[in-house]
Each structure stands twice: as C-alpha cells, then as structure tokens.
Design a protein around this ligand. Sequence first.
Ligand code: AN0
Ligand code: CP
Length: 317
Amino acid sequence: MKHFLTVEDVKDINGMVSQALAYKADRFQDKHLGQGKTLGMIFLNPSMRTRISTQIAARNLGMDVIVFNLDKDGWQLEFADGVVMNGDKAEHVKEAAAVIGQYVDVLGIRTFPGLLNRHDDYSEQIINQFVKYTGKPIVSLESATVHPLQSLADLVTINETFMEKRKPKIVMTWAPHIKALPQAVPNSFAEWINAWNGADFVITHPEGYELDTKFSGQARIEYDQNKALTDADYVYVKNWSSYKDYGKILNRDSSWMVTDEKIKLTNNAKVMHCLPVRRNLVIADEVLDGTNSIVVQEAGNRVWAAQAALASLLKNG
Ligand code: AN0
Ligand code: CP
C-alpha cells in the first residue's frame, strides 16, 4: 500500500481487519517494524481520538512520532497555484510539504472541508497537494470527503461484535446537529461497508441529505427512519450537512435523534458513533449510557486500525 487515503488503497479489507484484531491481541508483535522511522502528523483542524490513537499505534510499531498543529503553530499555507502571495499566507504547500517530506518517513494529515465550494472539497485539493509534494506515504487522518482510519476501526468493531452466521443489518442514520458538519464520516463508512460487501446496508436521512452516490453506492436509501431501523443489528449514527445543497443545514427535526424508543424497533442493535457526539441532540443519554452503546469500544479500536494501516505502509515502503 502506497498511501492510506480511501478504501480504494486497501487490497484486502478482511486481511486488514484481521491484522488490526491481531494487534489488539498482541500489540507489540511488530515492535521493530517501524524502528528508525518517523511518523509526522499534521493537524489543520482539531482532533482527540485520531491524534492519540495514531501516535500510540506508531509507537507500538517502534516509530518515533512528531505532531505539528499547523493551524495554530505553523505559517499559514497557500494551496492555490500561481497566485501572488501578498495576502496573509506566508508559505506555499509546495515548499512546506517538500520540506516535511525531508524530515519524516510517513505523514498523516487532518484537513476538514470548507463546506463552501463542493468542487474544491471533493477534489481533495489539500491532501492531494501533500501527496504530490511530500514524496512520502500519506495517511489520511480525515480529509475533506473521507475518514478511512475511522471506517476501518468501525469495521473492526462490527467484526469483533457480530457472532451470527448471517449478514448483519447495518443502518446508518442521519441525526440532527446545530452545526454544518462534513460528509467525510458517512461517505467513508458507506464506501467501506459497500466494499466489504458483508452486510445488508441501509442509509436513512431526511430528503435533501443524499450523499454522493460515489460513496453511497449500492446501499438502500430509506427516508422513513423508523422503517429503516426495524430489525437493525447496528445503528451507525452521524450528522452531516447536505451534499446537494452543499454545506447547508436543511433539517433540525429532533425526532431524528436516536432514543431508546428508536432502539426498540431494532434487533437490540449495537449503537455506534465516531465521536465526538453531542448528547441529547444527536443521541439521547439513555442510549449512550445504556448497554446498546459501543461507542467507547469503537473509539478504542482506533489504535488497532491505525496500527494495521501504518504497518501496511511500512511493509511496502
Ligand atoms: C467532525 C466531523 O463530523 O467530520 C469530526 C468527526 C470525527 N465532527 C465534528 O466536527 C463534531
Ligand atoms: N472520531 C474522530 O476522528 O475523533 P477526533 O476528531 O477526536 O480525532
């Protein structure tokens, strides 16, 4: 694997899930794999889970880690080509990425979408410029349109919790939020579940919240949340802003919040969320504090997912 940017970079999804679970059982089994190598992690936006879990994963493989909050501590970067840099941007990504590439062996980047211009966000301009100019393997720590480390951890969590011989019914549901959020997490979850091809997969959201079909693919779309949730084994909860009416909040209907009443419709479903989650807006206390919620276990699995992804880059690098 050259880079870890989307599910398309992964040749064997089940193999990577198994590797992650193997690291969960014995975290130091490849403790020399990354010896003498440095992981750089660049944040253009906030993060708790990704920041900590990926550092631990790298250390479990023997790597050194440098974390750089470019948004707070770095020079403001210009990403556009051919501009006269007489504004507030002090450095171009061409130099910045090339320089960082001299210092590290693998580079992780977190960059949220602006949610103003769909074409700019969906062209993944920022992470692609780092791919182009760093000259080292790049790991997405959540980019404008996808969050592959999250999705891999989600798949690991589903694999370790589903014991039946049949395919699980997985329902990804939109839930309300006060802020316009990226589509990266739902896009990514959808493309990983579709590529995995091991589930009966349904997406439910109010009209106008359709995801780019590049990501939703063969998933069944159901506008009636209660109908969608019926007999679900997993309820994957997430807010996102509209893709069609780009970056807009079209609906604030609190009846889409996930409550115990909604969970009663399911097959005693396990409830997942990437976190951070706003309580009693997205998911009710009763659900997050109840036995159906596996959100903390899911976040814990971020370490093993990151370790499997980094190991795959190190083995090929
Ligand atoms: C971000 C998002 O929705 O993409 C990060 C999730 C991991 N969430 C928030 O901004 C609340
Ligand atoms: N789920 C997730 O990526 O969380 P952070 O934004 O805290 O890294």
